[in-house]
Design a binder for this molecule. Structure first.
Ligand SMILES: Nc1ncnc2c1ncn2[C@@H]1O[C@H](COP(=O)(O)OP(=O)(O)O)[C@@H](O)[C@H]1O
Ligand SMILES: [Mg+2]
Length: 330
């Protein structure tokens, strides 16, 4: 989503820099996030995502530059910033030895939420995150997915308009990840602005309106998921034939559309660069008029993984086993 005049900017990073001794972890990061949208900060381990989030949430002082959350400057009005945002980080904020409800009561007390209001919000949030039944169990007994959900529920107690999520699904199984994505989509539908860091290209693709790709403390690309994928290369049109014997005649037929056809005998596919839907229609018509049987015809964009590779020369695939090490840098 592009920002238009009149859009309220909920979150702004202004040339943020963070140096640790002579090492520059964040090297001049700027972006603006319209209210009610999702910004994905995508980058591999060590890119500077957590350090950026820590500066934007008043947990760490920028070496230079600043950030504004809901109009409040992190340097000039850190209290205003803290009132405006929630953070779920890699280092969980919940107490393992307390139950879900006790955690909510403790954090709600810190926010100064009145007792009746707190009870109402606690039950609403537990229900929203499917934790009503688990509310009286200690968090130590929760599964990984339940822990992320209680962490998120706690950070939503004060109904912040802006929510920072630092790798919310790292280490979760695909089912829990999907569940959490649904919860996050619900929050955005309700008007919350999300800043989400992730190493997962699919996650940014699924959730983000705009993505900034971060590598070695700098933004190396930004745009909508589609813009980034388009930037990485043209789409390709893949035709899968029913019979490999038809490959030569199909090749001759499709030569009308492109002279760059890649034939894979084993997969029975013909792949050609495609400008868009018009090429798809043309290929479908040509095949339809011939007697060639087709199993599948598809237009595919490059994945965000291809995007990262083309931008940086290295893959950004998260190693699942590194999830446990994530707390170390917090
Ligand atoms: N407190 C610190 N002292 C020194 N180096 C740090 C500190 N925190 C982070 N770093 C370094 O800064 C870089 C960026 O880290 P981080 O922001 O945690 O990356 P990401 O969250 O993208 O994985 C890493 O090289 C990390 O080792
Ligand atoms: Mg991190």
């Amino acid at each position: 989503m592009t920002s238009r005049p009149g859009d309220t900017i909920a979150v702004e990073a202004i040339d943020l820099v963070k140096r640790f001794d002579d090492f520059t972890a964040v090297d001049g990061i700027s972006f603006a996030v319209p209210a009610g949208t999702v910004l994905g900060m995508l980058g591999p381990n060590g890119a500077g995502k957590t350090t950026t989030v820590r500066m934007m949430t008043t947990l760490s002082t920028p070496t230079s530059g600043t950030a504004r959350i809901n109009g409040f400057d992190v340097l000039e009005n850190p209290a205003g910033v803290r009132r405006s945002m929630g953070l779920t980080g890699q280092a969980a904020t919940v107490d393992e030895l307390l139950t879900g409800r006790e955690n909510m009561a403790m954090i709600g007390g810190l926010y100064g939420i009145g007792r009746r209001e707190l009870r109402r919000r606690t039950e609403d949030l537990l229900a929203q995150f499917s934790l009503t039944d688990a509310g009286d169990k200690t968090v130590r007994e929760y599964s990984g997915g339940m822990r992320r959900r209680i962490d998120l529920a706690v950070s939503l107690l004060a109904s912040p308009p802006v929510l920072f999520l630092d790798e919310p699904t790292t280490g979760l199984d695909p089912h829990s990840r999907n569940e959490l994505w649904d919860v996050l989509r619900g929050l955005v539908d309700g008007g919350t602005t999300l800043i989400l860091t992730t190493q997962y290209l699919e996650e940014a693709d699924q959730l983000a309106d705009r993505i900034v790709v971060i590598d070695a403390g700098r933004i190396i690309a930004e745009g909508t998921p589609l813009e980034l994928k388009t930037q990485a290369g043209a789409a390709s049109l893949v035709t899968t034939l029913t019979h490999a014997a038809d490959l030569p005649s199909a090749h001759a037929l499709l030569a009308e559309v492109s002279d760059e056809i890649f034939v894979d005998d084993h997969a029975r596919t013909l792949t050609l660069p495609a400008g868009g839907l018009s090429d798809l229609t043309r290929v479908a018509q040509l095949l339809d008029r011939s007697a060639i049987a087709v199993d599948d015809l598809s237009l595919s964009r490059p994945s965000l993984d291809d995007v990262f590779l083309s931008l940086t020369g290295h893959r950004a695939v998260a190693d699942e086993s590194s999830a446990d090490l994530e707390g170390v840098d917090a």
